[in-house]
Structure formats: structure tokens, C-alpha cells
Ligand binder design. Structure first.
Ligand code: SAH
Length: 472
């Protein structure tokens, strides 16, 4: 198991100072689970490469323990000697302890200096695939290169293994790079070799200091790092939230698979807030009092509507019971005074079926929902909303596909969210909207949401539909 660290920073010997390991020496260290060796295969003027090689003694580790545990072949035959796992994190902490702790007596000035750094892990088990690698390292600003290893080159039909060879690079401090690796290696592996207790929580918070509270995947990181121990994960999130209040508002929103992919690109633009702002502004410009939020998800919009007394009936509907439960939690529904409870209701239902409960509303909000519907079933949705529920105003948003090109790290032809069935260009959305407006006697206009690019428009597009007053 090998970790390779390299830099093109000059002089190359600075990396040796920071790692506290002399470039000319081959050094070995005894660890509780085997041996670690540090050596420098390359030290030239233009670059310096340092390796941390781990030899895990999987037999030695179980010796003497089998009597009370019983025999298990997996204790002897497993991937631990070859795959980068929490052993690697332990080795980083023990062998590169001062670098990880941000200490360098000989050259303290180097600790806070950003250097062009690269790290390579040759066999990294990743439960969650390439996408997870991007979700974790992407928000930290790394360039990522990863190749998946096949199970056996001789039998291509067996497919790929869960192992990746990963290179990441960024101009950053060595301390930060090591802290990211220390926390994230076991997160990918999702398997830790030692008991996860309070101490692990402290380590996570210490090594996550300065970056984890702002990471859009902090909840997933905490959950995986702490091996799904709910009580520890809860404490971790609460403690992360103490550092930054916004974490509370958003925690859990990354829970739906893939949402973070969206967050990764959209978050820096504050697109979510802009979308909510634009929808609320358009809604307030009407005199709607009874409002539907269709596909309400975890209730981000509902939480904004509730304090505004002009809305006297607010209904959120979603097909997922799980997100409705989260919406109720986040609204603090159980603790609402009875007057408030009467104004708001959460309904379990599908936009594919006519539903009497959706009638008699002034406005319906359909925010980032249609792209989750299968195109052949879009017709059913159109009739449910425009023909049957028929509110006076409909505010409907969806991604503008043309904008995706602006996000260079979003692979071409991929969507912002794995659950999206389509993403439309502005022309496609407008054709669709104009056709249904005509069919169901609405008027529609279009508004951009988010920063507008001259050529490709804005990241989100909104259609504002007003029912033709002569055709109720
Ligand atoms: N409007 C929310 C959530 C958008 S995600 C927001 O802006 O944050 C899309 C939501 O649509 C999900 O919560 C999903 O459960 C819901 N959804 C998908 N298909 C649906 C259907 N057929 N009927 C109702 N809701 C649906």
C-alpha cells in the first residue's frame, strides 16, 4: 500500500523539511499493524517525490486473538495489506505526525506556505465510485484523476473492481493535504479496522478543522467516518454546526443521493438561495393566499412561506414519505402552535394522478421537479396540474442545460443530478411551456434565475404561468 507525495516546488528539499524525513535516507517505522517505510525515489531540482509504503501484517494482527473470536478466513485473506484504508490514515498520523499537526521546527515558515502538491494512492477502495471521489475532493478544489482497476485483466467479463488508482493535485499546504487524506481515505473505504468511539469523533473534528464545516458532504463524511454510529454522527454534526450556523440550516439536504453533485456546482453561485428568492418574489407579486408547493422535498420553500402571514393556506406535496418526514422535522411541525398548524399541511401524493386535494389554490410552485419525471409521464403531470388542479398562477423552474458547459468539471452530457431524467435548453423549455400554456389557456413568460451568461443564459429557468382570466 503506497502513498506518493510530490511537488514541483523548489527547492525540492523543502518537502523533506515539512515531512520531517531526510530525502537521502530510507527510514522504517514499526506500527501496531505492520511496518511503514519512507523514501524519496526522486529528488531533482524540478521535483521531489516522497513515498510512504505500508506493509500490513494481517496474520500478525490476528495471532493470539483467534481463540476467543473463532476462525475466520477473512482475518487472513483480505485486501488490507494492499488497499489504502484506515491503516494508511493511522500511518500518516504516526509517521508524518508533525506535518499533519502543522509543525516544522527547522522551517516554521513553510507550514503555512501553499505548494504545488500532488498525492497518489494506487489501490484505493471506493464504495460509491468515481462520483464519490469527485463529491469529496471536488469541493476542496483538487484536480482529480482516477482510474478504476478491473477485477482481473484476463477475464474482462468480470467487470471492474471497487479499487481506484487516484491522483489529486492542488496548490495547498502540506498540512491540509494530509488532513484531507487522513479523513477521506477511510470515508471511501467505509470500513475501519478499529473500534469507533468518542476518540474518533475528536480526531474527525480536529483533522476536519478549517474545512469540514464548510464541506457540502460533511454529513456523509461524518457518517462514513464514524461508521454509521448514529449517536456519534449526531454529535459530530452538532459540533460542526457550532462552528458554522449555516450547517444546521442545511444539514441533511445532502442526504438524497447525488444532491451534493448539484450542490457542488450550484452552491458557489448561491443558486439555491437565488431560486428561492426569485420564486418568492414572483409569488408575492401575485395576490395568492393559498399556495401549493408541489414536489416540496425537504421543505426549503415551505420554511420561507410559513412566517409570511399573507399566505393563509400552505400545502406541500411530495411522492417521497421520507423527505416529507424530514420536511416536518425541519419545520418543527410538532412544536408549531395550533394556529400555524392549521395554515400548513404536508401531503403524500404523486403528481401523476389527479388529486382533489390540489384544487382551490391560487398558486402552485413546482421548483426543480419536472426534470425528475419520466418524459413519457410528463403528459399526465401536465393534465393533473394545468387541467385539473388549475391554480391561477404556476411558477415552475428547471435547470437550463446550456449553462452546464460553464462548469468545466461537470462531464459533458451529464446531468446535474443522477435522478434527473432530462435537462432542457432554453428553447426546449420554452417550446414545452408555450405549447401547454396554449393547450390549457394560460399565458407564460420566462425569467432567468442566477448569473446570466451572454451566450448560454442563466443556470435556472423559470416559467411564470397565469391562467387566462376568461377561461377559469
Ligand atoms: N422543490 C424542492 C425539491 C426538488 S427535488 C426544492 O426545490 O428543494 C424533486 C422533488 O420532487 C423530490 O422531493 C421528489 O421526491 C419529488 N417528486 C419526484 N417525482 C414526484 C412525483 N411524481 N410526485 C410528487 N413529487 C415528486
Amino acid at each position: 500500500m503506497l502513498l506518493t507525495l510530490s511537488t514541483t516546488h523548489q527547492p525540492a528539499s523543502d518537502l523533506g523539511y515539512l515531512l520531517h524525513k531526510h530525502p537521502a535516507r530510507f527510514q522504517s517505522f514499526e506500527l501496531s499493524f505492520g511496518k511503514a517505510h519512507v523514501f524519496y525515489p526522486e529528488v531533482v531540482t524540478e521535483s521531489c517525490v516522497a513515498c510512504l509504503l505500508l506493509e500490513v501484517d494481517s496474520v500478525g494482527m490476528v495471532r493470539g486473538k483467534t481463540a476467543h473470536r473463532g476462525f475466520s478466513l477473512a482475518q487472513y485473506v483480505n485486501d488490507r495489506p494492499y488497499a489504502a484504508s484506515s491503516f494508511m490514515s493511522v500511518a500518516i498520523a504516526q509517521v508524518f505526525g508533525s506535518a499533519l499537526g502543522g509543525r516544522c521546527e527547522a522551517r516554521p515558515d513553510l507550514v503555512g506556505t501553499s505548494l504545488p502538491l500532488a498525492a497518489r494512492l494506487d489501490v484505493l477502495p471506493v464504495r460509491g465510485g468515481l462520483q464519490l471521489l469527485h463529491r469529496m475532493f471536488g469541493p476542496l478544489g483538487y484536480e482529480i484523476e482516477a482510474t478504476q482497476t478491473s477485477l482481473d485483466d484476463r477475464f474482462p467479463e468480470w467487470g471492474d473492481s471497487p479499487y481506484y488508482s487516484l491522483s489529486i493535485c492542488k496548490t495547498t499546504t502540506l498540512r491540509d493535504l494530509l488532513a484531507h487524506l487522513y479523513v477521506l481515505i477511510p470515508v471511501f473505504d467505509n470500513q475501519k479496522h478499529y473500534f469507533v468511539g468518542e476518540q474518533e469523533l475528536e480526531k474527525l473534528l480536529a483533522k476536519g478543522d478549517g474545512w469540514l464545516p464548510d464541506h457540502p458532504e460533511r454529513e456523509e463524511i461524518a457518517r462514513r467516518y464514524l461508521k454509521f454510529r448514529p449517536s456519534l454522527v449526531r454529535s459530530a454534526l452538532a459540533r460542526l454546526a457550532e462552528v458554522d450556523d449555516s450547517v444546521i440550516a442545511e444539514d441533511g439536504e445532502t442526504d438524497r443521493p447525488g444532491e451534493a453533485v448539484e450542490a457542488l456546482f450550484e452552491k458557489p453561485l448561491g443558486l439555491n438561495e437565488q431560486r428561492i428568492g426569485a420564486v418568492l418574489a414572483a409569488l408575492r407579486a401575485t395576490d395568492a393566499k393559498r399556495v401549493l408547493d408541489l414536489g416540496c422535498g425537504e421543505g426549503k420553500l415551505l420554511r420561507e412561506l410559513l412566517p409570511d402571514r399573507r399566505f393563509d393556506r400552505i400545502v406541500g406535496l411530495d411522492v417521497s414519505m421520507q423527505v416529507l418526514q424530514r420536511a416536518a422535522q425541519k419545520l418543527g411541525y410538532d412544536r408549531l402552535p395550533s394556529q400555524q398548524k392549521e395554515r400548513i399541511q404536508l401531503l403524500h401524493g404523486s403528481l401523476m394522478y389527479r388529486d382533489d386535494r390540489l384544487r382551490d389554490f391560487d398558486a402552485a410552485l413546482v421548483v426543480e421537479v419536472i426534470e425528475h419525471l419520466d418524459p413519457p409521464r410528463l403528459k399526465a403531470f401536465e393534465r393533473v396540474l394545468f387541467e385539473y388542479a388549475r391554480p391561477r398562477t404556476i411558477l415552475l423552474t428547471t435547470p437550463n442545460r446550456e449553462y452546464n458547459g460553464i462548469w468545466e468539471s461537470l462531464p459533458a452530457d451529464s446531468f446535474r443530478h443522477p435522478d434527473h431524467r432530462f435537462e432542457w435548453t432554453r428553447a426546449q423549455f420554452q417550446d414545452w411551456a408555450l405549447a401547454i400554456a396554449q393547450r390549457y389557456s394560460y399565458r407564460v413568460r420566462f425569467l432567468p434565475i442566477g448569473p446570466e451568461d451572454q451566450n448560454v443564459g442563466s443556470p435556472t429557468q423559470m416559467g411564470v404561468f397565469d391562467r387566462d382570466p376568461t377561461k377559469a
